[in-house]
Design a protein around this ligand. Sequence first.
Ligand code: HEC
Ligand code: HEC
Length: 427
Amino acid sequence: MMMRTDMKLREAVIHRLLALFLLASLAVPVSASGEIASASGFRLTNTCPASFELIDGGCVLRSRYRQYRSLRDAGVGGLKTGLPPLREGFSPQQIDLGRYLFFDPVLSADGSTSCASCHDPAQGFADGRAQAVGINGQTLPRSAPSLWNIGFFSTLLWDGSKTSLEEQMQGPLYSPVEMGNNPAALLESLNGNSTYRALFEQAFDESPIALDQIYTAITAFESSLISLNSRYDLYAHGYHEALNEDEIAGLNVFRSFVARCAECHTPPLFSNQQLAVLGVADAPGELTDPGAEAITGDASQRGAFRVPSLRNIVRTAPYMHRGQKATLEEAARFYTGGRGHEVPEGESLMIHWHIWEPRLTDREITLLATFMGALTDEAFMPQIPTAVPSGLPIVGVAQAQQAPTEPLVHNEIEIAATNNALHKNRP
Ligand code: HEC
Ligand code: HEC
């Protein structure tokens, strides 16, 4: 009985603290006023997304991590570690326009595929597949990564070959196996749509619609996908009650010099954005994906991939660049299988020096997975449009993804805070 009451109390305290954080990160109170409706009923909001503050016409992130010093000074695995720079300062209208574009299959050659087809909000902005599937059912060589916190990344894609979101998105837009479009056709379809013409004019004060505006708007939306209010974060900010005993034990394994996870999956992003060769086979005894070597021609980068973030990682199974690991336990177990244990015969990979023989116990593997489960926070989930300006049906987006799947809300303050967060971008 005693135990029960204690736990209930603890939970109540944690939820209250989370609520305060949510409130603290809400920049401006919700206001539906001042939105400009276009003739078709689509309108762009004039308020920044939750946790952003409007400064000089641009939305700027408010986060406690911004009070901490840079990554460089803090030491690996440090809790109070600063964030790398964010792509920010976009206007509320640009972010909101990017939201419509992200979900609109009109961006693809045949109106079948949107960004959200492979980056579904309900699945951590990934797609739940080992390998993504593009236009006409074509299978891609790699899995779709999550887009949470992607605005902090300056090394993009599994092979690290892109440095900006604007540059990256031209890959899927114009790839014959992803969205199959071309720049001229994309411009023609958007400029031929009076709703989009009006919305772009609101967001950019310029017409006709130009490619740069499309790239800017989608970048603005992507950079608004912030997940920095998990229970781990609360713990990192000094509220030790936010994690349970097993999660703390898991964190300690994670940042230990034995497991070395935090050397590469460095907080608070849980990625140091560097390339590393782990030697995960694509299939047993097979290495089909050369990773960064295919880009640079540098043999020492054969099998090198950019360290992925672990934020909202419970939403994005299966794991690794080709979905080779079905569960978090399986992914964690890879690291204790012995250096190079999956490297196919005849391959000699330059395995990263932090990949070695930590001899983790089954218990430690479980604790690592438990800890990674505490990195979940979807409170600032953007509003998923119920209709897009092209009038095409919204594809590939699972239903009922609006509410945070982890029950964050338990009292009135929290409900108010979360409602604010969720309704910010309502069209
Ligand atoms: C057909 C599925 C598909 C579609 C459609 C798609 N993507 Fe992706 N996306 C992927 C895959 C697969 C990767 C990883 C590719 C790689 O690393 O080679 C990826 C990677 C990314 C990344 C890099 C993430 C990281 O961690 O580095 C971003 C950003 C991104 N996509 C944004 C978009 C945007 C914006 C759109 C729409 C314009 C879009 N994607 C459309 C499948 C897709
Ligand atoms: C040397 C740097 C490095 C270290 C140390 C490291 N990782 Fe990774 N991690 C990576 C890279 C690189 C990938 C992607 C590899 C691939 O796809 O082939 C990855 C992938 C993962 C994934 C899958 C992520 C996804 O989105 O698919 C998980 C989970 C993970 N690591 C957990 C851990 C844990 C737990 C530890 C400690 C036991 C650890 N990592 C140690 C670099 C590292």
